[in-house]
Write a protein that binds this ligand. Structure first.
Ligand SMILES: [Zn+2]
Length: 309
């Protein structure tokens, strides 16, 4: 019996021990897993924080990139590239003297009208023309005239500065015509005010200007031959390349001309360069703008002359 009792005691103690051990093990395991959980939680929190930081960093990067892209965009639109800087440079038209050769690269061919300019007669020009092509009169006032600066091709194919004085009423026509002539590289030898050739009076000056094959418009003078005021006196007539387009009289039946330098240009069918004919662009443009051509007169024939009343 005692043995049996002892056995039972051993069993009970063993069971209790097992329970206690199991309890301890469970507690230890729980503690460990709790520790693990808290570690994991802590790791998760660290990762979460890192993800948040990465998000912020990514946003910063994106904003930075778009800001950079925006800056580049602005730079592209506001900072012209070098070729643009060269071609877009505006010429100081009024202050560049007539006869100046202009480099083609300086011309902004997309905006040509800026090179075909009209001004009220500037003070320095008034000084140049007073007592010469202009004098006090009852027919035309300085306020009715305009000083033009424009580009043309010369006989060497270079771009050259030209100047003209015309009546304010024909300014738009003249500027449009000369811009079209320029666009078609129509050659005009020179274009200075007649005052550059002034000798004594209007008629001698006109002769001198023609001898230099100068294209000009305004000159307060009578018509060639005298008596009647010329349309040049009102700034409503212009003479183009007068050497190749001479004034020819037929009053004696056969052609008569005043300038020896025109000998090669009396035969209007010769096809020589720079002669104005009905096929010529210059003729066509002036006619389109309502001008009359001296080449269509019977006698004299004034091939250089266009006028609009
Ligand atoms: Zn004329």
């Amino acid at each position: 019996m005692k043995n049996k009792k002892d056995k039972m005691t051993v069993i009970i103690i063993s069971t209790l021990l097992l329970v206690v051990i199991g309890f301890i093990v469970t507690i230890v395991l729980c503690a460990q897993s709790n520790k693990k959980i808290s570690e994991l939680t802590s790791d998760y929190n660290v990762l979460k924080t890192e993800v948040e930081e990465l998000k912020v960093y990514k946003e910063k990067l994106e904003t930075g990139n778009s800001a950079q892209a925006k800056t580049a965009e602005i730079q592209n639109s506001e900072t012209p590239d070098e070729s643009e800087t060269v071609t877009a440079s505006a010429l100081d038209m009024v202050n560049i003297p007539a006869g100046t050769i202009i480099e083609g690269e300086k011309i902004d061919s997309e905006n040509l009208s800026q090179y075909f300019c009209s001004y009220e007669i500037p003070e320095d020009v008034i000084t140049r023309i007073s007592g010469k092509s202009y004098r006090e009169n009852d027919d035309i006032g300085l306020d009715e005239l305009r000083y033009l600066k424009l580009l043309h091709y010369n006989f060497s194919g270079q771009i050259q500065m030209g100047e003209l004085i015309v009546n304010a009423a024909v300014v738009d026509d003249i500027l449009e015509i000369f811009q079209q002539l320029y666009q078609n590289q129509y050659q005009i030898e020179s274009m200075y005010l007649v005052d550059n050739y002034w000798i004594e009076n209007g008629e001698k000056t006109d002769t001198n200007s023609i001898e230099h094959n100068n294209t000009s418009a305004f000159c307060y003078r009578e018509q060639t031959g005298g008596g009647v005021l010329s349309n040049h006196a009102l700034g409503r007539a212009i003479d183009i390349n007068p050497q190749q387009n001479p004034y020819v009289s037929f009053s004696s039946g056969s052609p008569y001309w005043y300038h020896d330098n025109a000998d090669a240009y009396i035969d209007r069918e010769s096809g020589a360069l720079h002669m104005i004919t009905h096929d010529d662009l210059c003729y066509q443009l002036f006619i389109q703008h309502g001008f009359k051509w001296g080449g269509d007169w019977t006698s004299p024939k004034d091939y250089q002359h266009f006028e609009k009343e």
